[in-house]
Design a protein around this ligand. Structure first.
Ligand code: F7E
Length: 326
């Protein structure tokens, strides 16, 4: 019998990758879309005709219970969030309501609709919960036992989502798991995130449509992988007999400057400095200076490993944007 999957955040980067993966695996896929006139709805319907759209909102408990009744899911993937770290400083209360309390609302919807023992739940936790500060930076990278010290309203809200998921696992014996995912990018990434902002600007500079790019700090380091690889990890997490938490990461970290190096080289430019301006508007009140993940547990238990490496990721994104902008 085909399984049913319910995805919150279906219009986001990971939602698209995951919908495709689950459809290919034979699932019937349901996706939650919020808002009265969400322009992303038409895009999603056109690209993923096999997804059944349900109008609901993570801040509206009753709508989530209805989504459970309509979709009768075997697996729920909670990917919806206010996910832009910079934005979360400007809209901290909304961030708590959606990214934090929204997780509780989804877990309660599962319980209230009788799915406590039968539904498997995936929570999209994040490396932003670690914070990258000197005192809690492990040499081999953050793993499942590392200390948390979130540095943004987003990170704090995600930490609540992480712990409430663990709490429901321990309290109600729910099959509820968290994937602590480090940055994952690709051609579906929103233009507001630094990697896609760069790949798109580089393509436009090559095509004469843009003269330069404005960025914030170039020093932060991130453990960047390809989103397509990471949704495979999410699915594997839910196929385990026991619920648990897993770090998904590449085990490498690179500066934004290194991303710029590779991206500009793709269009034949070795010195990108004339094309990059710094704008304090893109800096954050508190920064996460470095993130490096240790995916040993996921590699051993799930048999998961990233496929796309850092140069491959940058090339894929620039190639995609060159085609898109041509
Ligand atoms: O920033 C710096 C910025 O916005 C990366 C989300 O998916 O991954 C993502 O969070 C770095 C930061 O991603 C610009 O200050 C410089 O140090 O691409 P980002 P993020 O904040 O790491 C984690 C794992 C998540 O969970 C989040 O949901 O780049 N930076 N200049 C800039 N960042 C942006 N966005 N724009 C700039 O112009």
């Amino acid at each position: 019998m085909a399984k049913n999957a319910l995805i919150t955040g279906i219009t986001g980067q990971d939602g698209g990758h995951l919908a495709k993966l689950l459809h290919e695996k034979g699932y019937k896929v349901f996706g939650i879309i919020r808002g009265q006139h969400n322009p992303r709805r038409q895009i999603t319907e056109a690209e993923f005709p096999y997804v059944t759209i349900i109008e609901a909102d993570l801040t509206d408990q009753s709508s989530l219970i209805r989504a459970m009744e309509v979709s009768k899911p075997d697996e729920v993937y909670n990917l919806a969030a206010v996910s832009h770290v910079g934005y979360s400083f400007k809209n901290p209360q909304l961030t708590v309501d959606v990214t934090g309390k929204g997780v509780l609302n989804m877990l309660e919807a599962i319980r209230l609709s009788g799915g406590e023992k039968s539904v498997r739940f995936y929570q999209a936790s994040t490396s932003e919960m670690f914070g990258g500060l000197d005192y809690n930076r492990p040499g081999k990278g953050y793993d499942e036992d590392s200390l948390f010290h979130p540095r943004s309203p987003y990170g704090v809200a995600k930490l609540y989502g992480h712990w409430i998921t663990k709490n429901y696992r321990e309290s109600y014996d729910m099959h509820a798991s968290c994937g602590i995912l480090f940055n994952h990018e690709g051609e579906r990434r929103g233009l507001e995130f630094v990697t896609r902002k760069i790949s798109n600007a580089v393509a436009r500079i090559k095509l004469g449509k843009q003269d330069y790019i404005e960025l914030g700090s170039l020093d932060p380091k991130r453990d960047w992988g390809y989103a397509g690889d990471y949704v495979e990890g999410m699915w594997r997490i839910l196929q385990q007999d026991k619920p648990d938490d897993y770090v998904l990461a590449t085990g490498e970290t690179h500066t934004i400057g290194e991303f710029l190096d590779l991206a500009f080289k793709e269009i034949g430019i070795d010195d990108w400095k004339p094309y990059v301006k710094q704008n304090p508007a893109f800096m954050r009140p508190a920064e996460v200076d470095i993130l490096l993940g240790n995916p040993t547990k996921a590699e051993k238990v799930l048999g998961w490993k990233r496929q796309v490496d850092f140069p491959g990721l940058v090339k894929m994104m620039v190639d995609h944007d060159l085609k898109l902008e041509s």
